[in-house]
Design a protein around this ligand. Structure first.
Ligand SMILES: Cc1cc2nc3c(=O)[nH]c(=O)nc-3n(C[C@H](O)[C@H](O)[C@H](O)COP(=O)(O)OP(=O)(O)OC[C@H]3O[C@@H](n4cnc5c(N)ncnc54)[C@H](O)[C@@H]3O)c2cc1C
Length: 446
């Protein structure tokens, strides 16, 4: 397969609509050696790490992503909690695309892996020698009846940290709440950063305590899941905290409807024997985490597994059928907790194995499922959950500081101050490996 880009002049109508801005750079057809779909946390990190590798550096890498802005989504919890401004959590996408990597502001619509090709909504055909799929997932606000209308009305007291458009309202609502029931929801099923729905709750509780109104607010954590967290060690510690702090746990209750006019939230009871009974709760404050799913265009493609995620080997990150295709981040079928932290461990594995494929060698690098959830439990305290496949803890500081289920101020400042700094200065530049810091971990010994 040719490693040289083939550019043809603009011919198709949809492409012309982009011509005003990108007239000289958008061809109707292109070929690149490595094509990356998505310039989010995973796509940009993997591109930057490829650029550090002499085998790939400046060897015809392209990213396709129509977004103008790149978001540091883990920072949205800090914004919703009033700890950091939103402007710290995004940058123009062009500023994080590594030098030497071609960026197309195009929306991928179809994969054609039999022909090593993809199509974009703008009508551009792009072929590749190797493909890395990292478009993230869809946060489905429409999946809860009445939610979108409620979020558009600042008076509704309904908000969500799961979008840059709604996150600032969270902090405004927390500040405005003085009494009445407050409900924090978490949907059933896979979501990104499964700890975030309760991080914002612990921060709101802490703020209401500071404001002297905590005793006037009944707090409920309503989750589609059966427990506080999926990893038993941390779940137990969080359950103790919940009871200690007098927070109601409404488990296996999945939010299905928001009536912002009457301030009523409707849940479906998922517990065995409940027959999906609907449960109505009045609220004064409602924080919603919408259900999440693979994008339809990914789910319908030949790359997807039965659930719609990009079907890759859980250890190598290589596609189970198409050997020149890899995936990482939220879009992949990797059965880890979907976090940016996981990407720090996935990216070097993917690159080692991609290199092995280019040389016809055996794939030796293995991802162990590492993920981390820095779980804010209040001002000045954070439980640093770190674990691998099987919910087995893999704690970086346990030998020095003891079990990381005990909230600690140092971890709080890592999340609030250091991680955002490390993200913009090292992570997106391909120089950050999570628990291994600036040093590439030994990825063949997992
Ligand atoms: C509120 C919140 C709190 C979080 N907290 C943490 C935390 O504390 N710690 C942690 O590690 N992680 C956290 N996360 C999770 C973390 O942000 C994600 O796991 C991470 O961003 C996933 O990276 P990604 O590249 O797979 O997807 P994204 O970063 O979402 O990027 C996907 C990219 O693909 C692009 N794209 C989409 N569709 C197309 C298309 N059709 N064609 C081309 N490009 C496309 C998008 O424009 C986007 O740029 C949090 C997430 C949220 C929302």
């Amino acid at each position: 397969m040719a490693g040289v880009a083939v550019f043809r002049p603009l011919v198709r109508a949809p492409v012309r609509s982009l011509a005003r801005t990108y007239a000289t750079s958008i061809p109707s057809k292109a070929h690149h050696r490595v094509v990356i779909v998505g310039g989010g946390t995973a796509g940009v990190t993997v591109a930057a790490q490829l650029q550090h590798n002499p085998e790939f550096q400046n060897k015809d890498i392209a990213i396709l992503d129509p977004a103008k802005t790149h978001h540091y989504q883990p920072g949205w919890t800090l914004v919703g909690s009033g700890l950091r401004p939103l402007e710290d959590m995004h940058r123009p996408i062009h500023s994080v695309i590594p030098q030497g990597v071609k960026h197309y502001p195009l929306r991928v619509s179809t994969f054609d892996p039999e022909n090593n090709a993809i199509k974009t909504s703008e009508g551009v055909d792009v072929s590749y020698d190797y493909l890395i799929v990292a478009p993230g997932l869809e946060t489905n606000f429409a999946g809860i009846s009445g939610l979108e209308q409620a979020l558009q009305d600042p008076a509704s007291q309904v908000s969500s940290i799961y979008s840059e458009r709604t996150v600032e309202q969270v902090w405004r609502n927390i500040q405005a709440s003085k009494k009445g029931p407050a409900i924090f929801t978490q949907p059933a099923g896979i979501i990104k950063c499964a700890g975030a729905p309760q991080k914002v709750m612990w921060m709101a509780l802490s703020q209401w305590k500071r404001d002297g109104v905590r005793d006037n607010i009944d707090i409920t954590f309503a989750t589609g899941g059966p427990a506080m967290f999926a990893v038993p060690k941390y779940s137990q510690a969080l359950e103790e905290l919940r009871k200690q702090r007098n927070v109601e746990g409404l488990f296996q209750h999945n939010l299905v409807k928001v009536d912002s006019k009457n301030k009523v939230a409707t849940f479906k009871n998922l517990a065995e024997g409940a027959n999906g009974a609907l449960v109505e709760r009045e609220f004064g404050f409602l924080h919603v985490v919408p259900p999440q799913k693979p994008f339809d265009w990914v789910a319908k493609s030949q790359l997807a597994d039965a659930a719609g995620w990009v079907d890759v080997d859980k250890s190598t990150t290589q596609h189970t059928k198409y050997k020149n295709v890899f995936s990482l981040g939220d879009a992949s079928s990797l059965p880890n907790s979907k976090t940016a932290a996981a990407i720090t461990a996935q990216a070097p594995v993917l690159i080692d194995n991609l290199l092995a494929v280019t040389k016809g060698k055996e794939l030796k690098a293995a991802y162990d499922g590492y993920a981390s959830c820095p779980l804010l439990t209040g001002h000045g305290e954070l439980m640093l959950c770190e674990f691998k496949y099987g919910g087995v803890p893999k704690e970086t500081f346990a030998n020095i500081l003891g079990g990381q289920e005990s909230p600690n101020r140092l971890y709080y400042h890592l999340k609030k101050d250091f991680f955002p700094y490390a993200y913009w200065n090292y992570f997106v530049k391909g120089n950050w490996y999570g628990p291994s810091g600036f040093f590439k971990p030994d990825i063949t010994s997992n």
